[in-house]
Design a protein around this ligand. Structure first.
Ligand code: F6R
Length: 594
């Protein structure tokens, strides 16, 4: 969704701001803009892409300080007036903002009575006018007075025409400050500062950061806080396509490496005493998992494994539903969110805490908002994911969840051995799936000719079917439905015909025989079958029209192997159908509104 950037240094701000905005395009947006400091401030906005904005901004705009924004409309439609940066009446202060100001209507009314003229429908514009109201020549002081008036969430950066300063503040939305050589960068997401900053400072809720040519100072509730910059662990290349046609493909193919590095880290981390694993181990009676979308599917797989191996009952709840239903309080909630910013998950995690549960977050993003709510955090190690559809972050979540189970003292020794061995084999198995991408493309050619499909599975691979269907919808725009293989005959059979392929996810476990029966039933109703099966399963070969032959993985690792194959199937189908794979229409990478 919305993205924020800021720059203060010795280089011209224009190209750096535009480049940083381009690095945030993956979040999804519908308008964009920049303001470059000078007297007067120069502001440029466009309701198209960053590319068009780049053409609009003259190359010779002077100024070495500036701010920028990609906006995903919430309050007010997509228009140049509503695009950020927003200005005060005298055009002396510009601000960009992520989040929602809950009390903007009353503030707006108050400011209008005082003579402020508003030109947009946004909540953000009140911030520009409040800054103007309190500005006495020091922007930092105006920011302190302004945030004292706001209710809601924000990450914001402001710039003034007559001061060499950038002032930012955070409350409930992420903001990082990159430190380079003689320059500072501000961004809502770390990928924007890669290539410029060598270290990074993560702001916490309530912080105000003031940057000038000499220093960065951070204050919390009026007190200076010492913020030691931390090294950036992600490299700039991590957000490049590295020769691949799409980020999504690159990220799918990165999964063996992600799993390998995750495995090494988990197996090497001997001392789990105070960490997320310790919190998980304390749970013996009930557990709730809160998540959305792909992360919800990871939660369903975790439920299967935790209930099966640890005998702990698990409720998996769509975070957006949590507030709507009278769920019993749990002692522990696992909030799964790769971005760490999904508003529904954060709200649900806050609510379940109010009911007395402790929260363990599984996230890919350090210092993201969920980490400020959670009692403990289990980080996945997927690196930046640019493609809007989650791929490598999903399998990294599964690895993290399996690791929680593997490290539990409730796990029987034999099961622990099997899980540990499966973990070790997993990266190579996934590499073998990636190696047959061309074979999967052949099947995708067939799938791509259809407008609908069912993906069926059982057991631990039923959520895999759901996840495969989600990938097929968002990447290839095919209406795929993930369905329990055993449930098809209870209604959906009515839809089966020669035009509705069935993608059957088969694993070498106790569900295989029942899956074969389901394929027989489907074939009897003339639906073509594409089977994901393990090498050498002749019965499946005989029955199916197409077979994707995968390495034979044990439960629960078959859920990872099959998920990667389904990601590739959806990717290739999307490419054949000329879909905008990395940035599917209407969706955003992190969904920061409830
Ligand atoms: C689908 C996808 C979404 C997200 C969902 C939750 O490919 O990416 O369904 O999984 O929006 O996002 P996070 O995990 O960031 O909370």
């Amino acid at each position: 969704m919305c993205g924020i950037v800021g720059y203060l240094g010795r280089s011209p701000a224009r190209p750096i701001l535009l480049d940083m905005l381009a690095k945030l395009e993956y979040r999804g947006y519908d308008s964009c803009g920049i303001a470059v400091q000078g007297n007067p401030l120069r502001v440029f906005k466009d309701i198209r892409r960053v590319k068009e904005l780049t053409e609009l901004v003259p190359r010779d705009v002077p100024g070495t300080i500036g701010i920028g924004h990609t906006r995903w409309a919430t309050h007010g439609g997509v228009s140049p007036q509503n695009a950020h940066p927003h200005l005060d009446c005298s055009h002396e202060i510009a601000v960009v903002h992520n989040g929602i100001i809950d009390n903007y209507q009353e503030l707006r009314a108050e400011l209008m009575l005082e003579g402020h003229v508003f030109i947009s429908e946004t909540d953000t514009e009140v911030i520009a006018h409040l800054l103007e109201k309190y500005y006495q020549g020091i922007l930092q002081e105006a920011m302190e007075s302004t945030i004292a008036r706001l209710r809601g969430s924000w990450a914001m950066v402001a710039v003034a025409a007559k001061e060499r300063t950038l002032v930012s503040s955070r409350q409930g939305a992420p903001l990082v400050i990159g430190v380079g050589s003689d320059e500072y960068l501000v961004a809502s997401d770390a990928p924007a500062i890669l290539g410029y900053a060598t270290s990074v400072v993560y702001l916490e809720d309530g912080d105000i950061a003031a940057i000038n040519d000499v220093e960065l100072s951070v204050s919390r509730q009026g007190q200076q806080v010492l913020q030691e910059p931390k090294d950036i662990s992600w490299s700039d290349g991590a957000t490049e396509k590295n020769g691949h046609e799409h980020y999504t493909l690159k990220e799918i193919l990165e999964q063996p490496a992600v799993l390998r590095r995750t495995l090494v880290r988990y197996l090497e981390e001997k001392n789990v005493g105070e960490g997320p694993r310790a919190l998980f181990q304390e749970t013996t009676d009930d557990l709730t998992i809160l998540a959305c979308g792909t992360s919800y599917h990871a939660g369903l797989i975790a439920k299967h494994v935790i209930e099966g191996l640890l005998r702990i009952p698990v409720s998996v709840i769509n975070a957006s539903e949590y507030a709507c239903r009278p769920y019993p309080p749990a002692t522990l909630a696992i909030a799964i969110t790769q971005s760490g910013e999904t508003a529904d998950v954060i709200a649900a995690a806050r609510r379940i805490k109010e009911h007395g549960a402790r929260v363990l977050a599984v996230t890919n993003i350090p210092y993201s908002s969920i980490t400020t709510v959670a009692d403990r955090v289990m980080y996945t190690d997927a690196g930046p994911e640019v493609g809007v559809a989650a791929t490598k972050t999903y399998t990294a979540q599964l690895a993290a969840l399996f690791e929680l189970v593997r490290s539990s003292p409730r796990l029987r020794p034999q099961a622990k051995e099997i899980l540990s061995a499966g973990f070790v084999e997993l990266p190579d198995m996934v590499a073998r799936v990636c190696a047959i991408s061309a074979d999967i493309e052949d099947c995708a050619r067939f799938i791509a000719m259809h407008e609908r499909a069912f993906i069926i599975g059982r057991g631990v691979n039923l959520p895999t079917a759901y996840e495969g269907a989600l990938k097929m919808k968002e990447l290839a725009y095919i209406h795929a439905e993930g369905y329990s293989a055993g449930e098809l005959k209870h209604g959906p059979f009515a839809l089966l015909d020669g035009q509705t392929p069935i993608i059957a996810v088969i694993a070498a476990d106790e569900t295989r025989q029942a899956m074969l029966s389901s394929i027989h039933e489907v074939k009897a109703r003339r639906s073509p079958v594409v089977a994901l099966s393990y090498e050498g399963d002749e019965a499946v070969e005989k029955l199916s029209d197409f077979v994707i032959r995968l390495p034979k993985a044990t439960c629960p690792f078959s859920a990872v192997v099959n998920a990667v194959a389904l990601q590739l199937l959806a990717y290739h189908a999307a490419k054949i159908r000329h879909c905008p794979i990395d940035f599917p229409r209407n969706i955003a990478k992190s969904v920061t509104v409830e």
